[in-house]
Design a binder for this molecule. Structure first.
Ligand code: IFM
Length: 799
């Protein structure tokens, strides 16, 4: 069963049936203001942080789905009939009204045809203003004159989400709303920076600022009394719950169209006036929509591929990068699952996400790296969850209620959580990310930048990297494998002093990146010292962790093996086997054996399970994973993020067809027509898919905010298509399925453009036979950096 399709020409996903079992969301805003919006216009907005500066309210996990939202109602003033431009909240029967939602890159369009009225509501946030524009057009497609009314509705939220949800004493009695000069203002405690406003490009006929008056007693957003009556009550109050409803009556002659602009923004009425003036001009609305389109066109143009795989092209050229950027820009704490009650950055999540976008968003990538380095302790571990503001250089206390994003700045001692709460993997991810950033931009001097540690002292970026490596080297268990501590990448493996195969392998992988940098800088001593460390880790991993056919996942503090053939449950894990290959710990034979075992035990038509068989008996020596239902999340679900490592592993082993088989199984695009099983968005990777051990096998959950996005993008661009930046140029090393005869990539790199065509006449899976740059033969599959502004033709023949 399908609910929509990919419109690649417009870079939109088109939802033709709005009665999807779950919310299909999109993200508006690329800078300071963000809205998470569903295909039925339910959702919420915030400014910078969903925890401290919420703009609109959302009742997460509610019944009915997605309430409230950013709604536009239309009313036929002659018959009293009314509907909304998005299917919900009014929810007209789909047999008499047609609804379409087009989710695009940072905008969503809701389109409705009902009773000879065609209406569209476009939502987007311009690049330069913290305001959500509602661009509404209403057209009479019938043959008679129509008398209509338009009403808006959004429910304001107290700025601090915890107060809004939990301290009603405060949110109900310390917030107010008022209407003046056509602008609704929502305020509290006279902190003008934190006010919200709602305005329109016309003089309204009536308004409501008080939610319960607009909706009416014992009613919902489906049948608000104001819309039913055809008139708002001009309510305002200095207490209660507040909303933004502006109403206008208008007439449409046959064929006539009217356009209305609404603005939901951050700031007080004065700011509202400024914004109202600007966006009351259609020209300014059109320009800012065009600029937003161009913003994404420019980004996407950095890497565009044409392969025989339409789904891969669609995801890599549009949706996968869009999802990866969304994770980096908005962190992982604002969705319909993560409802914004905790914000900041997750150390490991951000470090991985940032690795995928240095080519399209180098500024944000660098910003995130610096924030993470500031949240690294001088001992070398990262603070698991933190607010970048905690480490702002300016230590002078902020005046209470001044900043638009009031993030409390705790005392340093209280935020340095100590090793007992440290995760063993967190900071290791950062080393390859720093390396990727430098390779992409060529900014080698970044390594000299001095950055403070979270607790005390400061050091260069290079020194920060050494501390990260040294920390893991120091914290090893009795077998010489890294300690698992609070958790490693797998949140539910809580090994404490037990040992984690994955972390030792990550350590080895991070060391490869670091040694490459040290070698490039000519730091011989470091190259020698850390190469010796790396060799030792590789040996210990192979001596201790090899289980005969695959690698163990770990050893508990009491010496119990995890992920061994000897185990009854949790016999084999995906992470340690994929990472043995990705990191280079495994030699070719062991790599093949481990990945064949992964295929045999963990593969399914929807992707690779994280482990087999799942746990059924709680065992706190292993961790929380043993207390999760079988087939869900870390206990044997198809954990999407970890699947991507297997694609890289297969590419490293040269098995392009296998890598593609694994890729295809997880690919959301491929599940567009089985939504009765998948349920979630086919344009977004989800955190997990229920595994075969659960009756909901195939159902995907937690869209958008998952490390899968960045890693899937990285795996395809760097390993399947094989185009990898180095310090001096681009390596071209594809690993593709044997049925591909050719593919093309346009890659922008350090100011030059590379048009790369890869031919595969002998249908091999890996290996480059020859390569030319602008007609000249190259010695190896490496293209050095070409002059800025140049356009270069690269022809590669595999064989
Ligand atoms: O690695 C974690 C991530 O940090 C949060 N979500 C789950 C992942 C796997 O446990």
């Amino acid at each position: 069963m399908r609910y929509g399709y990919f419109d690649n020409q417009n870079r939109e996903y088109v939802i033709e049936r709005p009665d999807i079992p779950v919310s299909w969301t999109n993200y508006l805003g690329v800078k300071d203001m963000c809205t998470v919006i569903s295909h039925n216009a339910g959702g919420y907005s915030f400014y910078k942080t969903p925890q401290y500066h919420r703009i609109t309210r959302f009742r997460q996990n509610g019944v009915p789905l997605d309430r409230p939202g950013h709604y536009v109602y239309l009313r036929d003033d002659e018959t009293g009939d009314y509907w909304s431009i998005s299917w919900q909240p009014v929810g007209k029967s789909l047999s008499i009204a047609k609804y379409v939602c087009r989710h695009g890159l940072s905008y969503s369009k809701f389109i409705c045809d009902y009773n000879n009225i065609h209406a569209e509501q476009w939502l987007f946030i311009p690049l330069d203003d913290a305001v959500e524009i509602w661009d509404v057009r209403v057209k009479n497609t019938g043959i008679s004159r129509r008398k209509l009314s338009i009403f808006t509705y959004a429910e304001f939220s107290y700025h601090h989400i915890e107060i809004d949800n939990q301290n009603l004493q405060m949110s109900l009695y310390a917030s107010g709303s008022s209407y003046k000069d056509g602008i609704i203002e929502y305020d509290f405690f006279y902190i003008p920076d934190m006010y919200h406003f709602f305005a329109s490009n016309f003089e309204p006929d009536s308004f409501d600022c008080v939610r319960d008056i607009f909706i009416g007693n014992y009613r919902t957003e489906t049948n608000p009394i104001a819309v039913e009556k055809g008139m708002c009550s001009n309510s305002e109050d200095l207490t209660g719950n507040h909303c933004a409803s502006l109403h206008k009556r208008f007439i449409l002659e046959p064929g006539e169209e009217k356009r209305f602009i609404f603005m939901l923004g951050v700031g007080d009425r004065n700011k509202g006036r400024e914004i109202k003036e600007k966006y009351s001009k259609f020209e300014n609305v059109d320009n800012s929509f065009y600029e937003l389109k161009k913003y994404w066109d420019d980004k996407l143009s950095v890497f565009q591929c044409t392969t025989p795989h339409e789904g891969l092209n669609t995801m890599i050229n549009i949706w996968n990068l869009y999802q990866a950027e969304t994770c980096v820009v908005w962190s992982r704490f604002a969705s319909f699952i993560e409802v914004g009650g905790r914000t900041g950055l997750g150390y490991r999540d951000t470090a991985q996400d940032a690795m995928s976008i240095p080519h399209t968003n180098p500024q944000k990538c660098k910003q995130r790296i610096i924030e993470l380095l500031k949240a690294q302790t001088s001992e070398g571990y990262g603070l698991h969850l933190f607010e970048p503001e905690w480490f702002e250089e300016d230590d002078t206390p902020k005046p209470k209620f001044k900043s638009p994003t009031i993030v409390p700045k705790p005392k340093k001692d209280s935020i340095i959580h100590g090793i007992e709460d440290a995760c063993s993997d967190d900071a290791l991810w950062l080393i390859p990310t720093i390396s990727e950033y430098i390779k992409e931009t060529g900014e080698i001097e970044f390594l000299d930048m001095i950055i403070p540690f979270a607790d005390k002292g400061q050091a260069s970026v290079y020194e920060h990297m050494k501390r990260i490596i040294d920390f893991t080297a120091k914290h090893v268990g009795p077998h010489g494998i890294a300690k698992g501590l609070r958790a490693d990448w797998n949140d539910c493996l809580n090994l404490g002093d037990g040992e984690s195969a994955m972390v030792s392998m990550l350590h080895y992988w991070a060391l490869q990146s670091f040694i490459e940098i040290a070698r490039y800088l000519g730091k011989r001593e470091d190259v020698e010292k850390y190469s010796a460390l790396a060799e030792n880790i590789k040996k210990v991993c192979n001596d201790v962790l090899w289980d005969g056919r695959w690698y163990l996942r770990g050893i508990t503090a009491n010496g119990l093996k995890i992920g061994s053939n000897e185990c009854e449950e949790g016999k084999i894990y995906l992470e340690s086997n994929a990472w043995a290959v990705v990191s280079g710990v495994a030699d070719y034979e062991r790599g093949i054996s481990a990945m064949d075992a992964v295929y045999e035990y963990l593969f399914s038509k929807y992707g690779l399970h994280l482990l087999h068989p799942p746990y059924s008996k709680p065992n706190d020596e292993i961790g929380f994973v043993t207390r999760v239902y079988k087939g869900i999340k870390e206990n044997g679900a198809i954990f999407s993020h970890a699947n991507t490592w297997a694609w890289v592993a297969e590419c490293k082993l040269g098995r392009g067809s296998r890598a593609m088989e694994l890729y295809n199984a997880l690919l959301p695009y491929n599940q567009n027509d089985i939504i009765e099983i998948r349920e979630s968005e086919p344009y977004s990777y989800c955190q997990f898919v229920y595994g075969k051990y659960h009756k909901s096998f195939g159902k995907a959950r937690h869209p958008w905010l998952t490390g899968t996005a960045g890693w899937a993008y990285h795996a395809v661009t760097h390993w399947i298509l094989g185009i990898r930046p180095t310090f001096d140029g681009l390596v071209i090393d594809p690993c593709i399925p044997s049925n591909w005869d050719k593919f093309e990539v346009i890659r922008k790199f350090r100011g030059a453009t590379y048009k790369i065509t890869v031919h595969n006449p002998n249908r091999v899976e890996k290996g480059v036979k020859n390569i030319t740059l602008n007609g000249k033969d190259l010695e190896k599959n490496f293209v050095s950096v070409q002059p800025k502004g140049s356009i270069n033709e690269v022809i590669v023949v595999m064989g």
